[in-house]
Design a binder for this molecule. Structure first.
Ligand code: NAP
Length: 414
């Protein structure tokens, strides 16, 4: 039996268990399940009602488990659900990784190993020493091997910024979904091209802003929606650290170096989340490295009009900052550990006329949550948590900030 993917499917099931199994498989197969769990007579009536109202196909499995299994196996074949004795599972998304630097071994792979939603199929690294760390999986010395591996469904791009654009293109051209480390590209032109290819191919292309998946952000959004700080006026975001490695790729302009692309991109992304995709104009000042010409620190203002601003500040020539503030007409919300969150308890602080409140946020691994939400989007179970278009908006603002800084603060429209 074949179930056309994309059709809404109404089904009646005899038992609650059968209903649950059907529900899981249909959802995994990208169908919209409507499975009443009453007995057939009641269920059938409500199925007919729903189907008539929605003018959809009706599928009524026989009560026998075998018949249901056939239907489920067919749905499974069309998508990636696994039917086993203990229920229905969605097949893990098979990842390939290009580049095996610090973020891969320190955060991404440990997170990926904790979830059943993803598995590591292949890692490509030019370094034999790093290859040894991944002996348990397929390892290649050529990045192309990841794109060409038919078993790889999604590619995590973790090379330096200068390779993101060409590697994301190479992956999508071979039909792979892409989770690309930030920034998506070195500039708006690269990001526009990537967004176009993603849109034309229907593949997922998501920028690796893992902080977006941290539950503290959902808490902040809830407090804001509840009006706890009144009307939002100003967003402040800062991210900086001291870069001590003299040969670091972050210093190379041709490899997408510079503080804004490295850490300022978080601040811009954060501002956009709360104030909107594009400000009317921006202005910025920066310190530029005398040897390489890249920005070692940058501070800018994004003017969203009607008295709403974002103040962003980033650098790798000073102390560690990793925080954000949302200031409204009736209070201020602060996130002391906003972007680079470690898996430990966090907090969000609210100061308003009502007093000082601290909200505890349970320990969470933002990388793990990002991987799981990416995998859910690959399987069609959830909307992507970020779009490639967003990467383009981010890049437009960063291009404008850099241009303004090179013009000593002259306003620039992104
Ligand atoms: N989301 C986050 O929290 C977070 C944090 C840090 C960094 N990042 C992003 O993740 C990416 C990697 O950062 P990282 O800190 O892991 O950097 P890293 O340790 O310097 O790794 C960069 C990788 O790029 C590859 N590469 C290819 N050509 C290279 C070249 N000519 N020189 C040097 N490396 C080259 C190398 O992979 P192989 O040698 O293995 O082939 C290297 O391991 C960057 O885009 C960065 O912005 C994200």
């Amino acid at each position: 039996m074949s179930i056309p993917v994309g059709h809404v499917l109404a089904a009646s099931a005899h038992s609650r268990m059968e209903a649950q199994v059907l529900h899981g498989v249909l959802a995994a197969a990208g169908l919209t399940p409507m499975v009443p769990d009453e007995n057939l007579a009641d269920g059938w009536a409500s199925v007919q009602q729903m189907a008539n109202a929605m003018a959809v196909d009706i599928y009524v499995p026989k009560a026998e488990a075998e018949r249901a299994r056939e239907a489920l196996a067919s749905a499974r074949a069309s998508r990636d659900a696994v039917f086993s004795e203990d229920g229905v599972h969605v097949r893990p998304v098979r990842f390939g990784i290009v580049g095996a630097g610090r973020i891969v071994s320190g955060r991404f792979v440990p997170a990926l190993q904790q979830t059943e939603r993803a598995e590591l199929r292949r890692v490509a690294t030019r370094s034999p020493a790093r290859a040894a760390d991944f002996a348990a999986t397929c390892v290649s010395s050529r990045y192309e091997d990841v794109f060409e591996d038919p078993e790889v469904e999604a590619v995590y791009i973790a090379t330096h910024n200068g390779l993101h654009h060409e590697q994301a293109l190479a992956a999508m051209r071979r039909g792979k979904h892409v989770l690309c480390e930030k920034p998506l590209g070195r500039n708006a032109r690269e990001c526009r091209e990537l967004a176009d290819v993603a849109a034309a191919s229907g593949l997922l292309l998501i920028e690796g802003f893992m902080y977006r998946s941290h539950p503290q952000l959902a808490l902040v959004q809830r407090l804001l929606a509840e009006g706890r700080i009144g009307t939002l006026r100003t967003v402040e975001a800062s991210f900086s650290f001291m870069l001590t490695r003299k040969d670091d790729v972050r210093l190379k302009p041709e490899w997408g170096g510079g503080a804004l692309l490295d850490v300022g991109c978080y601040c811009v992304n954060f501002a956009r989340l709360f104030l909107g995709d594009l400000p009317r104009r921006v202005t910025a000042f920066a310190a530029f490295d005398a040897t390489h010409g890249i920005d070692t620190s940058l501070s800018g203002v994004l003017d969203y009009g009607e008295g709403r601003h974002a103040v962003v500040s980033c650098g790798f020539d000073g102390g560690t900052r990793n925080r954000a503030l949302l200031s409204g007409t009736e209070g201020v919300l602060s996130i002391p550990e906003a972007f680079l969150t470690q898996p430990h308890e966090n907090k969000v602080v609210l100061d308003s006329a009502a007093g000082h409140e601290e909200f505890r946020v349970e320990s969470a691994d933002a990388f793990l949550l990002m991987i799981e939400s990416f995998a859910a989007a690959v399987r069609g179970e959830a909307a992507p948590h970020l779009s490639a278009e967003e990467g383009w908006h981010n890049a437009r603002i960063m291009d404008a900030l850099l241009l303004s800084a090179r013009r000593f603060g002259a306003p620039v429209t992104p």
